[in-house]
Ligand binder design. Sequence first.
Ligand SMILES: *[C@@H]1O[C@H](CO)[C@@H](O)[C@H](O)[C@H]1NC(C)=O
Ligand SMILES: *[C@@H]1O[C@H](CO)[C@@H](O)[C@H](O)[C@H]1NC(C)=O
Length: 192
Amino acid sequence: MRSIDIESHQIALLLLFFVASLFSTRAASRCSNDGSVVRNITEIPSSNYGRDGLSHITIAGAVAHGMKEVEVWLQTFAPGTRTPIHRHSCEEVFVVLKGAGTLLLGSSSSKYPGQPQEFKIHANSTFTVPINDPHQVWNTGEHEDLQMLVIISRPPVKIFIYEDWSMPHVAAKLKFPYYWDQDCLDSPKDEL
Ligand SMILES: *[C@@H]1O[C@H](CO)[C@@H](O)[C@H](O)[C@H]1NC(C)=O
Ligand SMILES: *[C@@H]1O[C@H](CO)[C@@H](O)[C@H](O)[C@H]1NC(C)=O
């Protein structure tokens, strides 16, 4: 009786993994290294994570690849698209590779971000976002994609999202794990 229970338990588990693997093949390929030392970025799968006009690739990540101190993304925004207004308590460095846009930077020292400062950015611009400063990056161009290499410290990122610039810091909503990290955590390979 006991061994039959274990067997059916195991069969149920196997079935579960089989079904889960059908749905997770794409996520798993985004969320693991194939073991090569040098990888071709063009061949790393990208996703828009449900946001029109976004292409995100985690080049090297905490959840996806076991990075401990930094994480690197390649992000492309179609004309007119933007990040949410958000903050995080890690350092962030941007290198603009292609296109042009606008950086909006609010304040972390008053109760809410307030009227943001505006900075024009373009290919070969680089900027850093101070820890906890609310910010947003827009592709304000009409024709060209805005492509950026983004480096953050202290991964995986804990992002607080604001609805607008007058929302109090304490009301900003935590999204953790963030969409691309969640995608990798959901992958059954990481649970084995
Ligand atoms: C990288 O991958 C792309 C797409 O498969 C290919 O066209 C390109 O030649 C590759 N580059 C190198 C250096 O292998
Ligand atoms: C970016 O800067 C480098 C170094 O000065 C230069 O070689 C390159 O042409 C620049 N690219 C653009 C798009 O301005």
